[in-house]
Design a protein around this ligand. Structure first.
Ligand SMILES: Cc1cc2nc3c(=O)[nH]c(=O)nc-3n(C[C@H](O)[C@H](O)[C@H](O)COP(=O)(O)OP(=O)(O)OC[C@H]3O[C@@H](n4cnc5c(N)ncnc54)[C@H](O)[C@@H]3O)c2cc1C
Length: 307
C-alpha cells in the first residue's frame, strides 16, 4: 500500500454545519481555508409553488426536512430517507447541501497517511485491500460507495439542483456516473449548492425508503433503496427505484422498473423485478453479499408499496 506525504486537501472548503468537514479537519485530511456558508431566504427552508412542487434551500437542516408534514405528504421517500440517516444530533445540525457534497467515507480516503485516487494518488487501495463496505457495482477506478442518502432519495424524485453558477442539474449531473474516481461530485472549485427543486408529485403515487444496516444506529447503510410507485387497477403505472451504498454514485434500477411498469402488481412480477435489481452488478471479492441485500430490499419494499 502506498503512503501519501502531503496528499491532503488544501483547497478552500465551504462549511455548512461542519459535521463532515470537522472530522476531516481533525484528522488533518482537510487543511485549506474554510468559507462559512450563511443562510439567506433563498438558501434555507422549504418553499412551495402553486402546482405543489417544493424547493428546499441547501442550508436547510436534515431534521427540518425529516419533520416537515407537507413534505412527508408530497415526497414521503425523501422524508423517510432524512429520518433514517445518521443520528438525531447530526440530523439537527447537518444540511441538505452538505449531505449532497459530503466526502467519501472510505477508510482509506479518511486516513491522511494513505494515498488514494481522491487525494491525488494513482490507485485505489480499497480495491486490493479491505472493501467489505464498498461497491457491488464496480463502475470506475474508485470502489467507495457514494455516501449521500439524500442524493439517492432525490434521484427517485427527479430533483434538480441549483448552484450559484448552474441550474437544472440532475443528481447524475451533480455526482457523475461513477467513472471519475478522483472526486465525489462534479462541483467546480468554489461552486456552491443553493437549492434543490422537486417536481410536483404524481397524483396517487406512494413511496417508501428502507436501508439494510450493520448496526442499528449511527452508521451509513450497507444498501438503501427508495421506491416510488403508482398502482391503479392492480397495474404498476409508474415506478422509480433508486439505490445507494452499492456504487460510486446513487443508481436507478432501470431493469427492475421496466419489469414492473405496465405489469400486474402481484408476487410473481415483484419477484422478477427483485431478481433484476442486480442487473449490471460487478461485485468485488468481499461485496457479493450486497447483491442479496439489494434483491431482498427491492422485493420487500415493492411488496409493501402495493399492500
Ligand atoms: C455517525 C454518522 C452517521 C451518518 N450516516 C449517514 C447516512 O446514513 N447517510 C448520509 O447521507 N449521511 C450520513 N452521515 C453524514 C452526514 O449526513 C453528513 O456529515 C452531513 O449531511 C454533512 O452536512 P453538513 O451541513 O454538516 O456539511 P459540512 O460538513 O459543512 O460540509 C460537507 C462537505 O460539503 C461541502 N458543502 C457543504 N455545503 C455545501 C454547499 N451548499 N455547496 C457546496 N458544497 C457544500 C463542504 O465544503 C464539505 O466539503 C452520517 C454522519 C455521521 C457522523
Amino acid at each position: 500500500m502506498s503512503v501519501a506525504t502531503g496528499e491532503v486537501i488544501t483547497a478552500p472548503e465551504f462549511r455548512a454545519a461542519g459535521t463532515d468537514l470537522s472530522e476531516r479537519r481533525r484528522s488533518g485530511l482537510s487543511c485549506g481555508s474554510i468559507i462559512d456558508l450563511t443562510a439567506s431566504p433563498d438558501t434555507i427552508g422549504i418553499a412551495w409553488s402553486t402546482d405543489g412542487a417544493a424547493r428546499i434551500g441547501a442550508l436547510t437542516a436534515i431534521a427540518a426536512v425529516a419533520s416537515d408534514a407537507r413534505l412527508a405528504q408530497a415526497y414521503p421517500g425523501i422524508t423517510a430517507a432524512a429520518q433514517g440517516l445518521a443520528t438525531p444530533q447530526i440530523r439537527h445540525m447537518a444540511t441538505i447541501g452538505g449531505n449532497l457534497a459530503q466526502r467519501s467515507r472510505c477508510w482509506y480516503f479518511r486516513n491522511p497517511q494513505i494515498a488514494c485516487l481522491k487525494k491525488g494518488g494513482s490507485d485505489c487501495p480499497a480495491r486490493s485491500g479491505n472493501h467489505l463496505y464498498h461497491v457491488a457495482f464496480d463502475l470506475g477506478p474508485c470502489v467507495a460507495p457514494h455516501p449521500s442518502t439524500i442524493a439517492m432519495a432525490l434521484m427517485a424524485y427527479d430533483a434538480k439542483v441549483t448552484t450559484d453558477r448552474r441550474s437544472g442539474l440532475s443528481i447524475s449531473d451533480l455526482l457523475g456516473d461513477g467513472s471519475n474516481g478522483a472526486t465525489d461530485n462534479l462541483l467546480a472549485s468554489g461552486e456552491r449548492i443553493e437549492r434543490i427543486e422537486l417536481p410536483a408529485p404524481l397524483a396517487g403515487e406512494r413511496a417508501l425508503y428502507k436501508r439494510a444496516i450493520s448496526r442499528s444506529y449511527a452508521e451509513w447503510p450497507l444498501v438503501e433503496i427508495c421506491v416510488r410507485a403508482m398502482v391503479t387497477g392492480g397495474i404498476f403505472q409508474q415506478v422509480r427505484i433508486t439505490a445507494g451504498g452499492i456504487a460510486p454514485v446513487p443508481l436507478r434500477l432501470a431493469a427492475s422498473e421496466a419489469a414492473l411498469k405496465g405489469e400486474p402488481a402481484n408476487a410473481a412480477t415483484i419477484a422478477q423485478a427483485a431478481e433484476l435489481a442486480t442487473s449490471g452488478a460487478k461485485p468485488l471479492p468481499m461485496t457479493g453479499y450486497k447483491l442479496e441485500l439489494l434483491t431482498g430490499l427491492v422485493r420487500d419494499v415493492v411488496e409493501r408499496i402495493v399492500v
